[in-house]
Design a protein. Sequence first.
Length: 454
Amino acid sequence: MHWIPTALENGKPRYLAIADAIARDIREGHLTDGTRLPPQRKLAERLGIDFTTVSRAYTEARARGHVESHVGRGTFIRGSVVSNAPDMARAGEEDLSMNMPPEPTDPALRRRMQEGLGYVSANLIDLLRYQSTTGSDRDKAAASSWLSMRGMVPSLERVAVTPGAHATMAAILSIITRPGDVVLCEAVTYPGIRNVAGRFGVKLVGVEMDAGGVLPDALEAAIVAHGPKALYLNPTLQNPTTLTIPASRREEIAAVLLRHELTLIEDDAYGFIPTRSPAPIALSAPELTWHIGGLAKCIGAGLRLAYTIAPTPRCAFHLSHAIRALSVMPSPLSSALMTQWIEDGTADSIRRFVRSESAARQTIAAEVLRGFTFRAADNAFNIWLELPAGVTRAEVVARMARRPIGVTPSDAFTVLGKPEEKIRVGLGGSVTRADLREALVFLSNTMAPNTFMG
């Protein structure tokens, strides 16, 4: 066989480029089932590269299932390759009711992300088994490394890889509450905790807030009045208000929790995004805090993973049993991919992209919506928009229904008091900067008095 790879992709290791070329030529019909590839030394001579590079390329192709080798006979093409062309049906799947991060567009970063699947593919059969309820030792070590960026260095006995923040909150509530119990939260809070609490018959009670988050005096009064089982907080780039509780307020909140020995569920979904975020409250009250470092916002929601720190090893044991009952385990496929991305630096590159792109989108929103009143933060994925007098949230949500950005009324977030005429406007997801600007211009026009034409 005189096959030789053409147009090897630049910007990646040579052995991966050769393995990719094998896959491409199978897909395009140039290499068919049973075709013998050139001996490794001959291909190395033709390409003017080292023999070991070709050997690694053939090993990578074999790990992907594209070839099989026989001693004394050579290396042969094995079957066909599933197309790697984008599936437009999947591209259209997007839930705009969720607060999504901007999606990576840099070709080099996307290639690095795809390369992580090579490790998953090489271990595919193993990863399809039932496995540990809270992650393997290697996955927990990767989780610990990731959490250390937030100053968290717990013992691995307290670390759990869990199937996303929602499932983790459900598991925690199943441990610490019973139907009819009270959990405190922000007056305007994340809808996910409202949904989960409702499923367990747990009553949420909102605590009064200001621009710095929940008020310590109001928190103290609510604890005395309601005898809650826990406090839930989303303290960094809070969804939907975008506020971040400053360090001094976090210390005050921790002091109240310690005084009353009240459990904290700290949902740190956005804590990894800003260049500098205040330290987690968990560092001030570790034995009271369930710290959830979700990956949906800083990496991608499709992973359905969170890195969770339990208050104590015993609490981690209870969490393991709750996860087994409710979700069985986190996906080994997702866990392995994320571990690979952490170890090779891809995860941090994704996080940095999300950070810079979210800031760019906030700049667009500030330009287009100049003159309107809204809360925002450099790295938030949304703005919290106050509607002009005479404009209702129901009107705006209806008018924006076919636009490529998510618009959610304050009703979804309000726990304390009457919902105000405010909306959360999402800036993330698959929408491009140009389409985002266009959608925000349309939003601006819908809020101008007597100008909307349908």
